[in-house]
Design a binder for this molecule. Structure first.
Ligand code: MGD
Ligand code: SF4
Length: 811
């Protein structure tokens, strides 16, 4: 606890400064203990109503990140013009002036030749100041190409939009729940809301039953009442059988779903019902779903597919429904980030509709609302070149027939991150000549790593804004060293859990050790000045419109720009005259001290019959998906069935609009590749960014079945014995697209027939601990070298799960 005598005594000389952690998308409100300008300790911000003083274990690795001696310490330029996996870039230090002159010259060349669409900006993680760089900069220059990492993150999870009308991640009301059924998520380990849920989990274990549906025993699974070790790729069958059982046994939540007109249950296996006999309340299309599909989806049908005994399916389904409506079907990336994953998400999320846990006490809630202030419009700052440029096709090809990417129900509404490598290589829709990338490392984090090596080698001029010389930086012409945003910059992010939302302020809490700058404010400002010196001042004039809300003064330099930008963005939180609910502050100074704004508590059931779907109801038969697919098909002058075929789904006709099981699409012949690969996130992975922290390697055994200082692949002991493989042996994992070597660990938490391995190691760059020989030889093995490139095309998400067959041999 923060106020114990020990804490006071030991840390008496310094000061707790508020900030926010960016270690994963939990974005917890934090405090950093600072002594003489140095950060020495981290804890949760006690003022936060979401995570409070709690921290997950990896929060502390942020200290090793910010003080990593391998950080890039000044701008660098490449001296070797050749780019490739085995080319040493020959980086030499240069000044910020020289670096930004080089970048500005290249952008001006594009503008002079009417080639602004050949500019691309990529981002990985970000803060809520992102629009200044990610949106405004490419648009004012005249490029359509702002490419985020969302589709390699967890985009397919959001396909619940087509049932509930929310294109968003959800929060879970853990303190009030009576049943949590988790599908392919590991909230005590990886994401999302880890610090909060670690704290409330004990209460849930006391009050609720918790079951984990996962191909391997996850960290969260080890803190559950029950584990359902589903075969990778078969969640849709299991979820459909649970829904079937709930209906057959008459256990649906009648106040939410409705009932037969006379109260008699007509859901008899194998029999259709008359649609008009069921009167729905807050849902739509239950009878259609039953008649088209669910009536035959019995637990006995599902058992041989998903590998879970029919008795267990029935027991869990009825236990879950008995807790209705205070129950949570928690749908994570596992069933979602697969080829055909959309239908796994819809099947598992439909359970929230059947049991009324949707938007209910102890159920699944959207994030409480919050009101960041938008940045001024850029319309007056886009000249004719920019207006033409932004209308060109985006480099990721979103919206083409084979890329519906239906974010928020719009054809081409979402990003296609991993397709960008192929698009660059094929110069389709056009070549990319000048690129910027920030907070991203796609050469490591995307399946098909070699494609990114080839693509980035092709780009004439690439500027990487990064803390470390990562794999992607090796293809850069200039490397621009950035601040660690938790400790060295102004910024903001927010989170939501257990019925609250917290919006946190990041601030420059420590003295910068090196010649680094803030990625979303200082660097774009300095670049805007360089462009203005070359006769193109639109970006600078736009940035000057972001004034200090207290004085009305325009920024005169990069530092003022950063400060005014954060004050502007957060004005509704700190300025009492602008407050829109939640915590109130006397002004900026008090807000900086406290560092977090909390929302009012959640209003349950406000979304019932008021959802963002076409019917306003929870749609079992999704009219919203039907509309989206039909408009995508119409755009391409074809039918929905043809779209489904081109996008590699099996559903035809009305089946495309309802939750159902789709046989997983697999890469590799089962005879040649008898195992299935289970990729997952490690407990200490700060996404891809902690691998150069010594604690990451030293404490690797925090992941069940893993070993410190090793990169292991986990096999069931039965398979180990059959193959003559023992713990500690070097083994080769081969899929149809590649081969890696790692260390075997025999572990009962891996099902027979599967191989489980954490994502995170296998860096050949990044720093002295991450790589075996920096710039040359990898330490461990990168899963993305063997994961075949595939997608859930309705969401545009990259597939990481369910489709990967492999063989295992002694190396
Ligand atoms: P990271 O790998 O985290 O991000 O993948 P990316 O979006 O590519 O790399 C971040 C880069 O930012 C590094 O180069 C680092 O040097 C730099 N950096 C670190 N801190 C800062 C900072 O404060 N500012 C700036 N500008 N740069 C900084 C992440 C992506 O990976 C994600 S989100 C997920 S969820 C996926 N997870 C995943 C998986 O589970 N399995 C497999 N096989 N692949 C995965 N890839 C995905
Ligand atoms: Fe940081 Fe994620 Fe841990 Fe929160 S849960 S403290 S954001 S690493």
């Amino acid at each position: 606890a923060p106020d114990t005598a020990h804490a006071k005594g030991a840390l008496a000389e310094g000061k707790w400064v508020s900030s926010c952690c960016v270690g994963c998308t939990s974005w917890c409100s934090k405090q950093v203990y600072v002594i003489n300008g140095r950060a020495v300790k981290i804890r949760g911000n006690p003022h936060s109503k979401t995570n409070g003083i709690n921290s997950c274990p990896r929060a502390h690795l942020a200290l090793q990140q910010v003080y990593d001696p391998d950080r890039v310490k000044s701008p660098m330029k490449r001296t070797n013009p050749k780019k490739g996996r085995n080319e040493d870039p020959g980086f030499v230090p240069i000044s910020w002036d020289e670096a930004l002159d080089m970048l500005a010259d290249r952008i001006m060349e594009l503008r002079e030749k009417d080639e602004t669409h050949k500019f691309m900006l990529m981002r990985g993680r970000y803060t809520e100041l992102r629009d200044l760089l990610y949106d405004r900069l490419p648009k004012i220059i005249g490029s359509p190409n702002n490419i985020s990492h969302s589709s390699i993150c967890a985009e397919a999870e959001k396909m619940r939009y087509f049932q509930e009308g929310q294109w968003a991640y959800m929060q879970y009301d853990i303190p009030n729940t009576r049943y949590v059924l988790i599908w392919g998520a590991d909230p005590l380990v990886a994401n999302r809301g880890v610090s909060s849920y670690l704290n409330s989990w004990g209460r849930a274990l006391d009050n609720a039953r918790i079951a984990s549906v996962e191909p391997r025993l996850s960290g969260t699974g080890s803190k559950c009442d029950e584990w359902l070790p589903v075969k990778p790729g078969y969640d849709g069958a299991l979820a459909s059988a649970m829904a079937h059982t709930i209906l057959v046994e008459g256990m649906w939540h009648k106040p939410f779903v409705g009932d037969f007109f006379d109260g008699e249950n007509r859901f008899i296996p194998g029999h259709e019902i008359n649609e008009y006999t069921f009167l729905e309340e807050h849902t739509h299309g239950l009878a259609k779903w039953w008649n088209l599909y669910l009536k035959d989806a019995s637990p006995e049908w599902a058992e041989p597919l998903c590998g879970i005994p029919a008795d267990q399916i029935r027991r869990v389904a009825l236990g879950f429904a008995a807790a209705a409506p205070n129950c949570i079907s928690w749908v994570g990336g596992g069933p979602a980030m697969q080829p055909r994953g959309t239908y796994g998400v819809l099947a598992a999320n439909a359970l929230n509709g059947l049991t009324g846990g949707c938007d209910n006490i102890g159920g699944v809630l959207r994030y409480n609302s919050r009101s960041y202030q938008g940045f001024p419009s850029l319309d007056d700052y886009m000249d004719d070149i920019a207006k033409v440029g932004v209308k060109k096709e985006k480099i990721d090809q979103r919206g083409r027939l084979e890329w519906p990417n239906l974010a928020s129900g719009r054809s081409g509404g979402g990003v296609n991150t991993n397709n960008v490598a192929d698009a660059i290589i094929n110069e389709d829709p056009n070549e990319i000549k000048v690129a910027m990338g920030y907070f991203n490392n796609f050469n490591f984090s995307c399946p098909g790593t070699g494609r990114w090596d080839q693509a980035m080698s092709k780009i004439d001029f690439f500027a990487h804004l990064t803390t470390h010389a990562s794999e992607m930086s090796f293809y850069a012409d200039i490397v621009l060293p950035v601040n660690h945003c938790m400790f060295e910059s102004w910024g903001t992010l927010d989170n939501s859990s257990n019925g609250y939302r917290s919006v946190s302020l990041m601030q420059p809490a420590i003295e910068r050790l090196w010649d680094t700058k803030s990625m979303e404010t200082e660097i774009p400002w300095l670049l805007a000045e360089k462009l203005a010196q070359r006769g193109f001042d639109n970006l600078l004039r736009y940035y000057q419109t972001i004034v200090d809300p207290e004085t009305g003064k325009s920024p005169a330099n990069d530092k003022e720009f950063e400060l005014y930008a954060i004050k502007h963005r957060m004005q509704h939180f700190w300025d009492p005259a602008q407050s829109k609910g939640g915590d109130k502050f006397s002004g900026w100074e008090e807000f900086v001290e406290v560092g977090v704004w909390n929302s009012d508590p959640y209003s349950y059931r406000a979304r019932w019959s008021n959802m963002g779907t076409k019917t306003g109801k929870f749609e079992f038969y999704s009219e919203t998906l039907k509309d989206a697919l039909e408009s995508h098909a119409e755009k391409h002058n074809t039918t929905v069935d043809h779209v489904m075929e081109v996008c590699n789904y099996l559903a035809r006709g009305d089946l495309a609009f309802i939750p159902h099981y789709e046989e997983p699409y697999e890469w590799g012949d089962p005879v040649e590749y008898p195992f299935k690969f289970v990729d997952y996130k490690a407990r200490l992975n700060r996404e891809g960014r902690s691998s150069n922290c010594p604690w990451y390697l030293q404490l690797k055994d925090l992941d069940p079945g893993d070993k410190s200082y090793e990169d292991v692949a986990k096999l069931n002991p039965i398979d180990g014995e059959r193959l003559g493989i023992r713990t500690g042996d070097k083994i080769r994992l081969t899929t149809p697209v590649g081969s890696i070597v790692c260390t075997a660990s025999l572990w009962e938490g891996a099902q027979p027939g599967t191989v489980a391995k954490c994502f995170g190691q296998g860096h050949w760059a990044y720093g002295r601990y991450a790589a075996k020989v920096f710039g040359k030889e990898a330490l461990g093995a990168n899963n993305n070298d063997i994961i075949p490139v595939d997608n859930d095309r309705l969401s545009g998400s990259t597939a990481f799960y369910g489709h990967i067959r492999l063989k295992v041999e002694k190396a």
